[in-house]
Design a protein around this ligand. Sequence first.
Ligand code: ATP
Length: 306
Amino acid sequence: MIKVEGLTKYYGDFLAVDGVSFEVNQGEIVGLLGPNGAGKTTTLRILTGYLLPSAGEVKIKDYDIYNHLMEIKKIIGYLPEQTPLYNDMLVYDYLEFIAKSKEIDKEGILPEIKRVAEICQIKNVMHKPIGELSKGYKQRVGLAAALLGDPEILILDEPTSGLDPNQIIEIREIIKEIGKEKTVLFSTHILSEAEATCDRLVIIHKGKIVADGKTEDLKKGEGKFTVEIELENAEKESVAREIEKLENVEEVKVEEDGKILKVKVFGNSDFRKDLYSLIKSKDWFLLEFAKKSETLEEIFRKLTRE
Ligand code: ATP
């Protein structure tokens, strides 16, 4: 649906996007993740036809950005980072204005505004001036504007930036709802959001892609394996010593919590059977046994460290 190949953007001498390639398939919700200044906005502005690349190819369905800009703008709904909402305008008037600019036919405008107002839950503020709305409602209005004309693809630049936790959840739910029918690409640096909403993540750092995959696959990391156990009737030093001997185990950390030992075992591949056999062969009482994935935060930190 979206195919980006070798996308490069210079601002003067500064290389902001450096040979980026990725794809978004039909019906996917993909998160473009990266720290501040990574090149997310630049990439999204190119995809939506608001900025020309210095080099590279972008195909949206069968259209390329060099020859089919108008067609592309018709099939994409875009929520820019700073939505250009006009504070003095009533919400309805603003949506009507956007609908006209998208060349929705006259009779179609009212039902279309009703449709997007329903999805974005803004029916109760239709006749309020935009300037009087909370940030969360403004963002919903921006989203509603992006949805006008029923575009197949939604591109959203940091849709939850600056919102409070409740507003974040509300916008996230709307995105998920939209994603049931549409292809969605959105940028964020909020990891929990990406994890909760996206089928797939593309992580960008200093203009380059450093990871691209399903959230679950990314969390599997590079074959690292962590197991947490809790033991009773066991002695700290001997627990550490015995577990360290096991094949594929690289590090053991033991903490005492009263009578209970909390043990973290790090390895390079699956050592669970050996660990369980060891526990069985001892007099230790096993209270907990859990395999831990790396958190997305840990992976993101690793990939985007200086
Ligand atoms: P953020 O999360 O802070 O919005 P981002 O990942 O969206 O960041 P971009 O806005 O794409 O990053 O910026 C990428 C780099 O390009 C940054 O270093 C930024 O300062 C620089 N940049 C962006 N726009 C321009 C411009 N018009 N002229 C010069 N440099 C720019």
